[in-house]
Design a protein around this ligand. Structure first.
Ligand code: 5GP
Length: 188
């Protein structure tokens, strides 16, 4: 796999999806890498747009066949992964692949594709702020929020494996910083 890879990883609730959406809306040389997952669609998520939704059996077949660039069991029993065919599809279109993946997955991509990737760690200002954002988002149960907070605390220790740590306490400022580092990466 030869093209450029832009990886954005963060603990859940750090503002990653907003920043990924901003990048995709402002640059037409980028394309979102649609991951495979075994979780069910939420709200108006669509197969082939937000994720490739599949059964655990189907996902495991892809693991056996070596079809993934990387994959993780992000939550117990819930698998997420990037299919090689997806990245190839993006490169065929002449675009740069953008990965919205968990911290462990981001670390794996950076370690595997060191030269061609830019890995950005989006850091929430604090664990308390993260909890407040997850509560305000209102999409997860209290139990789910506690699981995400525990995972976040662990993920914050992994930021040193990334090229850039972006502390997202002011969304407008974060967007500007991200625009600058992405332009620099693409033009280099
Ligand atoms: P959600 O269920 O909220 O859409 O995603 C849960 C977490 O899984 C997020 O941190 C998301 O970035 C991550 N994720 C999505 N796709 C992938 C993937 O292909 N690989 C990995 N490692 N994580 C992913």
């Amino acid at each position: 796999m030869e093209g450029k890879m832009l990886v954005l990883s963060a603990p859940s609730g750090a503002g990653k999806t907003t920043l990924v959406t901003h990048l995709l809306n402002t640059r037409d040389d980028l394309a979102f890498s649609i991951s495979a997952t075994t979780r069910s669609p939420r709200g108006n998520e669509m197969h082939g747009v937000d994720y490739y939704f599949m059964s655990v059996d189907e996902f495991k077949k892809h693991i056996e066949n070596g079809d993934f660039v990387e994959y993780e069991e992000v939550y117990p029993g819930r698998f997420y992964g990037t299919l090689k065919s997806e990245v190839e599809r993006i490169y065929k279109d002449g675009k740069i692949a953008v990965f919205d993946i968990d911290v462990q997955g981001g670390k794996t991509i950076k370690a595997t594709y060191a030269k061609q990737s830019l890995a950005v760690f989006i850091q929430p200002p604090s664990i308390d702020e993260l909890k407040a954002r997850l509560l305000a988002r209102g999409t997860d149960s209290m139990e789910e929020i506690d699981i995400r907070i525990d995972k976040a605390a662990e993920e914050l220790t992994m930021s040193m494996h990334f090229d850039f740590v972006l502390v997202n306490d002011d969304l407008g400022a974060s967007m500007k910083t991200l625009d600058a580092i992405v332009s620099n990466f693409i033009e280099s």
